[in-house]
Each structure stands twice: as C-alpha cells, then as structure tokens.
Ligand binder design. Sequence first.
Ligand SMILES: Cc1cc2nc3c(=O)[nH]c(=O)nc-3n(C[C@H](O)[C@H](O)[C@H](O)COP(=O)(O)O)c2cc1C
Length: 349
Amino acid sequence: MLYQTLLRPALFRLDAERAHTLALTAAASLARSRTLAQIVHDAVARPRSRPVDVLGLTFPNPVGLAGGMDKNAVAPLAWWAFGFGFLELGTVTPRPQAGNDKPRMFRFPATGAVVNRMGFNNAGAVAVADRLADQTRRGLRPPIPIGISVGKNKDTSAERAADDFAGAAAVLAPHADFVTINVSSPNTVGLRALQNAADVRALVAAVRAASGTKPVLVKVAPELGGADLMTVLDAALEAGAAGFIATNTLSTAGRPDLPQGGLSGRPLREIALKKVAEIRAHIGTRAALIGCGGIDDAASARAMLSAGADLVQIYTGLVYEGPFLAAEVTRELAKSSGRESTKTDAQKD
Ligand SMILES: Cc1cc2nc3c(=O)[nH]c(=O)nc-3n(C[C@H](O)[C@H](O)[C@H](O)COP(=O)(O)O)c2cc1C
C-alpha cells in the first residue's frame, strides 16, 4: 500500500513531531476544500457501516480520531474524508501554551509504540473556537460528531484547575457535540492527581455547568485501577458524566529504557482492553464507553468493542498504518456482523 511503501519511509526519516506537523499540514489543506474532501471520502470511506447511537448522538461508524492528533482543530473535514466516524479535538487549555521542550515525541517501530511528552501545546480555547466557528460558516464542518477535550494550563494551580476546565469548556462547548475532561495526561505535573472522587465530582459538575446540554466524558489513565478507579467512576456518574474514555497513555516514569512521557500504541493494547472490560463491568449501561489504546487493525478494534466499548479511537495506529486506517477498519467491521449498538440508560433520558 502507498503509505507503507512510500510515505511512511519518508516520514520516518524525519523527527516524529516534524512528520506529524507535515501530515497535519497536508490534512489541513485537504480540509479547506469541500469538493476535494468529498472526492476523497467517496473514494476511500464509502463502505456502508452500521451507525452507532450513543451519548444521544448518531455516529456513522464507531472509529474515531483520538485526542491529541488535531489539538487545534485544523483539519476536521479531512479526518471525515479519511473515514473517521467521529473526532475528539484538543486537548485545549483556556490560554494558549507552547508545551514542553522538543524533542517530545518518539517512535518505536519495532514495537509499534510512540512515547510523547508534548505537554498540551495548543492555540488556546478562543483561537480553537474561532477556527471551528469559521469552518462551520464556510461549510467545512464534517457531518460527524465532534468532541473537544479540555485541560488545564501548566501554570494553573490544582485549586484553580476546575476554573480552567470550565473556562475552556464554556468557550468550546458551543462548537462541540461532546466535551471530554482530560485528567489523565502524564505530561502536565499534578494533572493525574485530579483523578480522585472529590476532584472528579467537582470537575464534572463545573464542566457540565459550562457546557449546556452537551454530554461530558472523563478520560482516564491506564494506571487508574481497583478501588480508586471505581470511586472515580462513581463520582463522575453522580455528577452527571455521560461517559468515559479508556485509556490515555501509560506513564513511562520509572522506565529507564524509554524517554519520559506517555506510552501509546501496541504495547498499550492489552492494558487498555482490560481497563475497558473493567469499566464496563462496573458502569453497566449507565454511561457510554470509548476504548482507546493500541488499535491498529480491525481485529484490535473488534476486541475493544467486544470488551465493552461503544466506540473506539485511534492515534498511534495512524502513525504506523497511515491515514486510511479508519476506513479500512470500518470496512472490516461492517463485513463481520459485529456487535449491535446498544443504547445506555444515560442516553435514554
Ligand atoms: C503525540 C501524542 C499526543 C497526545 N495528546 C493527547 C491530548 O492532547 N489529549 C488526550 O486526551 N490524549 C492525547 N494523547 C493520547 C491519545 O489520545 C490516546 O489516548 C493514546 O495515545 C492511546 O491510543 P493509541 O494507542 O491509539 O495512540 C496523545 C497521544 C500521542 C501519541
């Protein structure tokens, strides 16, 4: 295939972030033309898929773009053209920030992994909201659900974290179909400490109040487990969370063989899969669940859906398999009868 034989070798000669920026620039130029995007969509993303109804939304297929790939919403229409059934843009903080020093993204082709410590580099909530509004005005918003992930600025104290999450949500929710609370990146000091019942309850309440009627999800870390995970899930549900995303990257702290940051891709797959099963067993039909981590083909996507996910998301798989991975996975999923989409109690009211 063209990506594996031609594009990937060229991109892999570049630094990982440089390759990502180039790919994003190419996607952004495609996203500027409705006609071109439609042509690409018709060519690669034609397969009829079984739509999924969750979160009170209809997803044309269950394969989404994971947070962090398009932090600033530069190419939504291109992701749709490539076959994605939904997007999670961001993570966006209230104020723009540069992120950590480079290099901060590393590939490990032998294991299909990536390590990153980007640190929420993003243009800030107002700039991203303006861009989304502009895309809508110009008819360049794709016909798929768009979620926006919100976070806190690096220099905001833990005590003021809820103001950051709610501030970003207030600006961005009008342009989103759902809002995600990212308390699980390992690359902002103190962020994961917010994964406790009291903070999660307060964050969900604050973000819900700022997001109007839009469903609010919480994205969790793969390390969160046992009783800690259960109390966080319960607190989020009590505060009205509509769903969860499992998982974010695995911290490489204490792994001298790897750069410091968060591990994604194939080595995360089994861990994320177990986490999804564990979460589904606990929440039952009370909320939606999006599985993320190490999906790079139809079999791994199917395994995630079978473990209890309503939808899946991909980031690292795109690095290794190319932009048409979502279309390929969707096509394969549609061939197999798959799992019937189920409505959760949360969506029925
Ligand atoms: C370079 C990079 C940047 C990321 N940035 C974000 C982010 O801003 N927000 C977020 O929620 N997740 C972020 N993630 C995590 C992914 O959304 C996803 O949870 C994780 O990579 C596991 O999925 P994967 O194995 O398909 O990559 C990032 C991942 C990578 C590789």
